[in-house]
Design a protein around this ligand. Structure first.
Ligand SMILES: Cc1ncc(COP(=O)(O)O)c(C=O)c1O
Length: 1009
């Protein structure tokens, strides 16, 4: 019979009256969601309560049961609801509603916290915490007994067979999905029924889990609402918790694992229980969708009933796509059991088998094995453009083999490789994109057509041509078994097409039989000839191929499913290479590197490779780099690398000899400047450039007093620190030295003068400081300023500021230095140099970071007059500055900027990104200001009173890193995010950045300010 939900609802005003009459409790009332009861939060000055009023004619037994649970739990360490009696001493009070129907009323203590459903992000740590709390409840309830616990109940997983008869409520495709899990469930009843049982909570859904109010790293406080508690198979409780907590997670299985570990840490699970977990999670979802379908028919107005319907269907479908054995092994692994139940027995047997490598390749004549380094940081592999050049790669291997006769080239088990960073190996994980980077087999780099002989007896399981580019090509899989009958498989990939007819499926194979030949690049999936050999304890429903690489966060399971093939061959050099753990590297740095060196991020990263806009860490994780304006034309740009390598191989010496590279580079560089700036001095760093510029200023003016901008940074040398307010006004600094005069940061957003047309007001301070210098009877030497102030937080100078400043400085006889160390070389898009945005021509320009694309190269460009004044007879010698290698690199950087139209790209993509950030600002008011030019952008995080929010900036940068995007923070208050990526940053990269920014801006900590 259908119920009209509206007529049985309890209005708030009625709830107030009941609370006052029954409990003498008054306060602020709020209606809360509830599936069965009508719930109200009562906030009083002393304590908060939850008032629960049942539906009409509610059976009282279940309520008594719940009250008994509360009593039982009151003796445990758990945070759980406390029941309060009414004024007459009843813990359940029966009243009549307006229609004369009986309602049961209870008053419980309110547990403070946020509902899990409102928490963002749900991190692995929180998922673990949920497991811990659920495990504690299971422990606490394990001694609880009550007759009602053994009732019949639709939400009891042990009783889920009732759902079978409702399958017609679903669409055809839904029926297919549900029927699969129902069939499995029916099939395993005999063993499932034997599992241990206890009373369990049975409803840890996201509206029953309370999380602390901390917005960073919150904890699970309690799991409430014991209305569904039941005596059932204990493992069911964990299945319920998992089913709800992993909804909406892109990688559902990975999200389930911390819950399992947390639960196991409190309530040790048994291996036989874990076997059922995958299916029990699914059956909870089946119950949920069946209930929703039935209830929607009964109570079309009750929205709460269908709240979780859509995500439940999505998860059910996603869950079906996860191999159940893989899930089982992952759960076992999460609990510290051998991932595969037979793993230990298998390994015992396997290790006893000895197969000489010569037996595998009897036609090869070798007496040693050499490991070819194909790891992400391998220098042997070289640049992406090299290892993707098949001909070159094969040539290198061949030559290496000729150099090392009688050597078998092999390796790669658990090697993290750089090849697999394309979309084919990508998936969206719970923290951004993930790539299968870790190799699960051993590769043998042998010539095409090398015969391969079976290492063990077996049977042909499949032979199939996986013909896609970069796939396995012809692939043979053999099935074997140990002497105790444990099945396992061996895979042979990248074979020749002729191997396809050598054996047939089902054929018995004996050890030493010829089974295949190594293929060539035209037939083996486009690889240099090699055999990929892998062992599998389970085919996980694959038949003709099997993943040869694993996602880094799943390696701990996959390496157990695919044991080290070298356990068979026992060749020492073939074993997996151990790496120095990061904490040891950090310890060393702490002890032996200068203490004032910093490390980025709370958990520092170890980078192994760069390519274009990406950096790769030691797990092969790819990070979009929006920080590094040094890798100006892209990390390890192949042409730049080549230019340096080629010149280094021929000659590197100082600039006292004639060399074409020096002139060529000087010529190309000066061509980018206005004609007045016609002389260049080459140096090795931005600091050195500014140091030299200061000497020039002093030589030209015969004065010492410099004007510089607040929060400016110009380098790490003595003289540079003396003009860097960022340093001497910051931590450890001692304020401006006598000859440095600081003018206010011309920040029109949060500075001394705000809004439009602030140039004059800011420029007046230049005149003011010149007067101060004069008042001391001294002369102005010069003024140094960046064209967009980087460390200040990407501050754009007000229109005309630089013009006015230069006028005043020149009037006082000073020189103007434009520090273009950050902003130069096309980065600002509209112009090649930042100062050109302001219509001024400096006397001296200092250039650094981008010009060498990572090579230590910098320059000072000045007018002929300045250069003449500096050349006062004292020789200027620089050991490295302007050497042929540096000049080759600098020249190539300029060439690449031009050829790849990177200045235009900076303009186009920068404008696009800036526009989008301004749009984002409309949704997220925490973005106080968006600014910058080209690909030298930034935004500042502030509250509505423009107060800086540095913790939010740090949080954002760290969370972006978690999602694979590198960003840096800066500014006077460290609340500005800087965006200055390599100029090969495309619109897609900008979209990727914006997508993740939006995601993190939606997280609780970012929304609360
Ligand atoms: C504006 C500016 N000038 C000069 C320097 C010093 O350059 P380097 O670190 O190459 O010595 C920096 C470095 O960050 C800088 O940002």
């Amino acid at each position: 019979m259908s119920v009209d939900y509206n007529t049985i609802q309890i209005p708030l005003i009625k709830a107030k009256e009941i609370a006052k009459r029954l409990y003498n409790v008054e306060g602020e009332f709020k209606t809360l969601p509830g599936e069965l009861d009508f719930n109200f939060l009562i906030e009083t000055k002393r304590e908060n309560y939850i008032l629960k009023i049942s539906r009409p004619n509610q059976d009282l037994e279940p309520l008594r049961f719940q009250q008994a649970i509360f009593q039982h739990l009151a003796n445990s360490q758990l945070v759980s609801p406390k029941a309060f009696p009414d004024l007459l001493g009843n813990d359940i009070r029966i009243i009549e509603d307006v229609q004369g129907l009986k309602r049961a009323v209870r008053l419980l203590s309110w547990i403070d916290g946020r509902l899990w459903s409102s928490v963002n992000p749900i991190t692995d740590k929180l998922l673990y915490g949920l497991g811990v709390e659920a495990g504690k409840i299971t422990c606490a309830l394990s001694t609880f007994k009550h007759p009602i616990a053994q009732r019949s109940f639709d939400w009891d997983l042990a009783q889920a067979a009732w759902t079978f008869k409702h399958i017609n409520l679903f669409s055809k495709s839904q029926q297919h999905l549900v029927a699969y899990f129902q069939k499995q469930y029916e099939g395993f009843q005999n063993n499932y029924k034997k599992l241990r049982k206890s009373v369990v909570h049975n409803d840890a859904n996201d509206n029953n889990i309370l999380v602390s109010n901390k917005l960073i790293d919150p904890e699970v406080v309690a799991i409430i609402d014991y209305g569904d508690a039941i005596y059932t198979q204990t493992i069911n409780d964990l299945a319920v918790a998992i089913a709800y907590a992993i909804m909406d997670k892109p990688d559902a299985l990975s999200a389930a694992l911390p819950i399992v570990s947390g639960y196991h840490s409190q309530f040790p699970l048994l291996e036989e229980e874990l076997f059922f977990l995958y299916h029990l999670v699914a059956m909870r979802l089946v119950i949920s969708v069946t209930k929703s379908a039935i209830n929607k028919q009964k109570e079309p107005n009750n929205k709460y009933l269908s709240i979780s319907e859509k995500p439940a269907w999505d998860l059910l479908e996603k869950w079906r796509g996860i191999n159940e054995n893989l899930a089982h092994y992952s759960f076992r692994n999460a609990c510290g059991f051998a991932a595969h139940p037979k793993e230990t027995l298998f390994l015992e047997w396997f290790k006893k088998q000895a197969v000489a490598l010569n037996q595998f390749f009897p036609t090869l004549n070798f007496n040693q094995v050499y490991t070819l380094d194909m790891s992400v940081g391998s220098k042997w592999l070289g640049h992406e453009s090299e290892y993707n050049d098949l001909e070159l790669c094969s040539f290198k291997i061949n030559r290496h083999q000729n150099e090392k006769p009688k050597t078998l080239f092999a390796g790669g088990y658990l090697e993290v490789r750089p090849f697999y960073s394309t979309n084919a190996y990508k998936k969206e994980g719970n923290s951004g994109p993930e790539y299968r980077t870790t190799h699960l087999g051993v590769d043998f780099w042998v010539k095409e057509n090398t015969p391969i002989h079976a290492p063990l007896d077996g049977e042909v399981f499949s032979i199939y041509n996986n013909g896609n580019d970069k796939d396995y090509g012809p692939t043979l899989i053999l099935k074997h078994q140990t002497d105790s009958g444990i099945p396992f498989f061996t895979l042979y990939g990248h074979l020749s097409e002729s191997s396809m007819t050598l054996v047939t499926t089902g054929q018995q194979i004996h050890a030493n039989d010829l089974i295949a030949y190594v293929g060539n690049a035209n037939e083996n999936g486009s690889w240099s000839p090699h055999l990929h050999f892998q062992i599998m304890l389970d085919m996980l429903d694959y038949t003709q191929d099997f993943p040869g690489v694993a996602f880094p966060n799943q390696v701990s399971v996959w390496k157990r499913i695919c044991p080290n093939p070298n356990l068979l061959f026992k060749y020492e050099g073939l074993n997996e290479h151990t790496k120095t753990p990061n904490d040891i590297i950090i310890d060393f740095r702490k002890k032996h590197l200068g203490k004032s060196l910093s490390l980025s991020y709370k958990e520092p990263l170890k980078m192994e490779r760069g390519s274009g806009v990406y950096l790769f860490d030691e797990t092969g994780r790819k990070y979009l780099d929006t920080v590094n304006n040094v890798a100006h034309v892209g990390h390890e740009h192949p042409q730049v690398v080549k230019a340096g390598q080629e010149q280094m191989a021929v000659l590197n010496t100082n600039s006292r000899y004639l060399h074409d590279n020096i002139n060529n580079f000087a010529n190309a560089l000066l061509a980018t400047f206005p004609k007045e700036l016609s002389v260049v001095h080459f140096v090795n760093s931005g600091s050195e450039a500014n140091e030299l510029a200061l000497r020039m200023v002093k030589a030209f003016t015969n004065a010492k007093d410099m004007l510089a901008v607040e929060i400016g940074y110009h380098g790490n040398t003595n003289a540079c620190i003396d003009i860097s307010s960022y340093k001497f006004d910051g931590k450890g600094g001692q304020g401006a030295p006598e000859h440095t005069h600081i003018v206010p940061l011309p920040d029109s957003f949060r500075g001394l003068y705000q809004g439009e047309n602030t140039a004059e007001s800011y420029a007046k301070h230049i005149d003011e400081q010149i007067d101060v210098i004069h008042s001391k009877g001294r002369k102005l030497a010069g003024f140094i300023c960046e064209s967009i102030i980087s460390c200040g937080g990407q501050i754009e100078l007000p229109e005309n500021y630089l013009k006015l400043a230069y006028q005043s400085v020149r009037k006082a006889g000073g020189l103007c230095i434009a520090d273009e160390v950050q902003t130069g070389c096309g980065r600002v898009g509209e112009t090649f140099w930042g100062f050109q945005l302001h219509g001024v021509v400096p006397d001296i320009v200092t250039i650094g970071k981008p010009i060498g694309n990572g090579h230590p190269l910098a320059a000072v460009v000045c007018t002929q007059e300045v250069a003449n004044a500096f050349a006062n007879g004292m020789e200027y010698f620089n050991t490295f500055g302007g050497n042929p290698v540096s000049c080759a690199i600098g020249n190539k950087v300029l060439q690449v900027i031009k050829e790849e139209k990177l200045q235009e790209n900076a303009f186009r993509v920068g404008s696009y990104l800036k526009d989008k950030l301004i749009k984002l600002q409309k949704t997220f008011s925490i973005i106080g200001d968006v600014r910058g030019q080209g690909l030298f952008l930034g935004f500042e995080l502030t509250d509505k009173h423009k107060r800086p929010l540095p913790e939010k900036a740090t949080y954002l940068a760290n969370r972006m890193k978690d999602f694979g995007i590198l960003m840096s923070t800066d500014g006077k208050d460290n609340n500005a995010l800087k965006i200055k990526p390599p100029l090969v940053f495309s619109r897609n990269h900008a979209d990727e950045l914006l997508y993740r920014l939006e995601q993190i801006f939606n997280e609780d900590f970012m929304r609360n300010f």
